[in-house]
Write a protein that binds this ligand. Structure first.
Ligand SMILES: *[C@@H]1O[C@H](CO)[C@@H](O)[C@H](O)[C@H]1NC(C)=O
Ligand SMILES: *[C@@H]1O[C@H](CO)[C@@H](O)[C@H](O)[C@H]1NC(C)=O
Ligand SMILES: *[C@@H]1O[C@H](CO)[C@@H](O)[C@H](O)[C@H]1NC(C)=O
Length: 292
């Protein structure tokens, strides 16, 4: 049960669902000591708290991202609207409305579920049953076909954000949430980001009709209700079993376009009612132990 492991990506974990993020082996050891001191770090979210100053946007739909693998980097990208083929690049948040370095992603993206991870932009290629890894520097496109999935004709995975494939990065790497065209169960694939291939697929059995949005933290998938007001269901992707979770997300009625976890910062990025903001998760910030 209390196995202790280190991975090269700098994650130390103790037992089943207790994680810490550490920059190297020494930091991982420190993380372990902290685990012991505090009787192990919990990695289950109990509530979230939104930042007080949202930045207003022009669009109702969109995604804003930074590189989820970087510990400290002031670089943001925005995919405006739920369909398009350009990304806007920003050096800091305050200028989110007036950059501009634009990047042509060469193919149309669909939805608001993209991520940037290790220098690549991951997105759903609109109108096709395939997902794309696009190197932001290399401009190289890699394609992964997702057979027997819902990808067009308004059969959304998440209706509220017009999304068929929702990418997520957590402490253990890259995932994609999607649905099969055979039934309404929410499926999750663990992706190998190097080879851009599927490592495993997990059937959460949770109906997409009940879900507004979803994000993954420490291998636990959190679903919001169909109005995106509360997290009402959570599922442990490693144990393949439900987790007890319930907390408020927001009180408004506006459209929640995006809700994504950033394991490097332990916060959620939110695009809600035409504005973007952070939400703290209350999880331990072991990444503060970042070492030279
Ligand atoms: C798209 O949806 C409509 C209505 O649900 C259905 O009649 C049609 O066959 C679907 N088209 C495709 C290509 O799946
Ligand atoms: C997911 O699991 C449910 C319940 O066991 C099953 O009915 C459904 O067919 C499964 N879906 C897929 C795509 O495997
Ligand atoms: C959405 O934002 C606008 C102003 O930015 C505000 O007036 C409105 O009350 C908000 N709507 C909801 C449902 O929160």
């Amino acid at each position: 049960q209390n196995s202790i492991q280190w991975s090269t990506s700098g994650i130390c974990w103790v037992g089943g669902s207790h994680y810490g993020y550490a920059a190297d082996k020494f930091a991982a050891t420190v993380c372990l000591c902290v685990c012991v001191l505090f009787f192990c770090l919990e990695c289950i979210i109990k509530n979230i708290k939104c930042s007080e100053k949202p930045t207003e946007m022009e669009s109702t739909y969109g995604a804003w991202m930074s590189d989820a693998s970087q510990l400290d980097e002031d670089q943001y990208w925005m995919a405006d609207h739920f369909s398009g083929r350009h990304l806007w690049e920003y050096q800091d948040l305050s200028t989110l409305q007036n950059t501009k370095n634009t990047i042509d992603t060469k193919r149309f993206y669909q939805g608001c579920g993209h991520v940037v991870y290790k220098g690549s932009f991951y997105y759903h290629n609109g109108g096709k049953n395939r997902i794309i890894k696009f190197g932001l520097k290399t401009k190289r496109t890699q394609i992964l076909t997702m057979p027997d999935t819902r990808y067009h004709n308004l059969t959304y995975l998440f209706r509220n954000s017009k999304t068929y494939f929702k990418f997520a990065v957590d402490e253990s790497g890259l995932w994609v949430i999607f649905a099969s065209n055979a039934d309404d169960s929410t499926l999750v694939a663990k992706l190998d980001d190097d080879t851009f291939s599927i490592e495993s697929v997990i059937n959460t059995t949770y109906p997409t009709a009940k879900a507004g949005n979803a994000f993954i933290v420490c291998g636990v998938l959190y679903f919001t209700d169909d109005k995106d007001r509360r997290v009402t269901y959570a599922y442990d992707l490693k144990k393949e079993s439900p987790v007890d979770a319930g907390f408020d997300i927001r009180s408004g009625n506006g459209i929640l376009a995006m809700l994504s976890y950033y394991p490097n910062k332990k916060i959620l990025y939110v695009w809600d009612n035409k504005s973007v903001q952070f939400a703290s998760t209350g999880l331990d910030l072991l990444l503060l132990l970042e070492l030279p």
